[in-house]
Design a protein around this ligand. Sequence first.
Ligand SMILES: [Zn+2]
Length: 188
Amino acid sequence: MEGYEDVDEGTVRQDGIGGPDGLDRLWTPHRMAYIRGENKPADDTAGECPFCRIPRLEDADGLVVHRGELAYAVLNLYPYAPGHLLVCPYRHIADYTETTDAEAAEISDLTREAMRVVRAVSGAKGFNIGMNQGYIAGAGIAAHLHQHVVPRWPGDQNFMPIIGRTKTLPELLADTRELLAKAWGSAG
Ligand SMILES: [Zn+2]
């Protein structure tokens, strides 16, 4: 699957952002889990767009945090930081300019709510938000538009290692998904 391959031991090519930018050194527990292959998709549907496939899974299996009418929020399987969400339209479109007004509005709404929820649940102090358009811009899955919502903490201390220091990445992601899904819509 595009963007989901291991580059070398100790380096995970994340879906999304391209060159080194510091983010990939924020948080390391997931790397060991990844290297051990524990979070490889159980059901290998190579070739199919993951962002088209995810909405057909159960929320817990797809790590879906919230389903809107035209777009949904999902945890990144290969996060830069705990709570790293992606907001995707259901429609398989590559470019932001291809969104309808309604899709663009809902992507924006879900992005704002994702910030509120992650902030409320985790105390994140900042966010990196954005879309990489095209492989040349670093998009891991360029064919299907997705907006990154990456929480940041001072010194990038954060909440998941506290509750999940001994857990594998799939467990961390499952816990995070549950926390965020429960808080969605009531974060103020
Ligand atoms: Zn797609």
